[in-house]
Write a protein that binds this ligand. Structure first.
Ligand code: IPE
Ligand code: IPE
Ligand code: MG
Length: 248
């Protein structure tokens, strides 16, 4: 573990890592367990990855915990997931404070049970003074929901004469997204073996480096996270420029 951490160049750690935490259900199934057992195990991975992200100097960690589409899963699974979120936040808040981690969240919270939402807001308030890693949970989140909401807000401002439609640019849109206060992700990790973005941060991922692994989320560990960072550091980010332009 120490040796793999040492392979990370501290000067080029991604400021923002986003993760699609996938594979809990299949992890459980492969062990003859209920899907929900996979979610329980997935929570301990969240704990470990939050720690290693802090240790390596990542500034923002955005975790896709529950998508808009996930509301259509069987009611028992949705209820179990909401309950698990409340229990985990309740249990982890003291350690988040101790580790100087600030919790934030993005998503359509109107659809969340008020008990879960209120518990999360309490943790957000309790950690609001923390200056270390920002742990950003995407809950009841989808990029199309977020972009549609941004379009609605911008249209409303234009109709009210507050902005000139001709002046709407990239920055106007970005300022209306739930991630307005954060830089775009530098690295996206998806566990669980699928190669898709599943309605996650479609705008923000424009120039993000993508990293896919077959490892199911409950098996993803600190070493796996370090390996993803090391792979990220081997990439050349060109942002549409030529290789010569970015290296000189
Ligand atoms: C990811 O694991 C967690 C959530 C989407 C809430 P899944 O539950 O999607 O696990 P698989 O993809 O079915 O294995
Ligand atoms: C993506 O996983 C959403 C989260 C990890 C919360 P899904 O399991 O919902 O995605 P699909 O259905 O495989 O695209
Ligand atoms: Mg899945």
């Amino acid at each position: 573990m120490t040796s793999i951490i040492n392979q990370i160049d501290p000067a080029r750690v991604p400021a923002h890592v986003a993760i699609i935490m996938d594979g809990n259900g299949r992890w459980a199934k492969s062990r003859g367990l209920d899907r929900c057992e996979g979610h329980v195990e997935g929570v301990s991975t969240v704990r470990k990855i939050t720690e290693i992200a802090s240790e390596t100097g990542v500034r923002y960690l955005t975790l896709y915990a529950f998508s808009t589409e996930n509301w259509n899963r069987p009611k028992e699974e949705v209820d179990a997931l909401m309950h698990l979120i409340v229990v985990a936040i309740e249990r982890e808040t003291p350690d988040l404070i101790k580790n100087n981690v600030r919790l934030t969240m993005i998503g359509d919270f109107d659809r969340m049970p008020s008990s879960a939402y209120e518990r999360l807001v309490r943790c957000i308030n309790d950690t609001s003074h923390c200056t270390g890693l920002v742990l950003n949970l995407a809950l009841s989140y989808s990029s199309r929901w977020e972009l549609t909401r941004a379009a609605r807000e911008i249209a409303r401002d234009a109709a009210a004469g507050l902005i000139d439609p001709a002046e709407i640019n990239d920055e106007t849109v970005a300022a209306h997204l739930a991630t307005a206060s954060m830089p775009d992700p530098d690295l996206l990790i998806r566990t669980g073996g699928d190669f898709r973005v599943s309605n996650f941060l479609l705008w923000q991922l424009a120039y993000t480096e993508l990293y896919f692994t077959d490892t199911y989320w409950p098996d993803f560990d600190k070493e796996s996270f370090c390996r993803a960072i090391i792979e990220y550091q081997s990439r050349e980010r060109r942002f549409g420029l030529t290789s010569e332009q970015v290296t000189t």
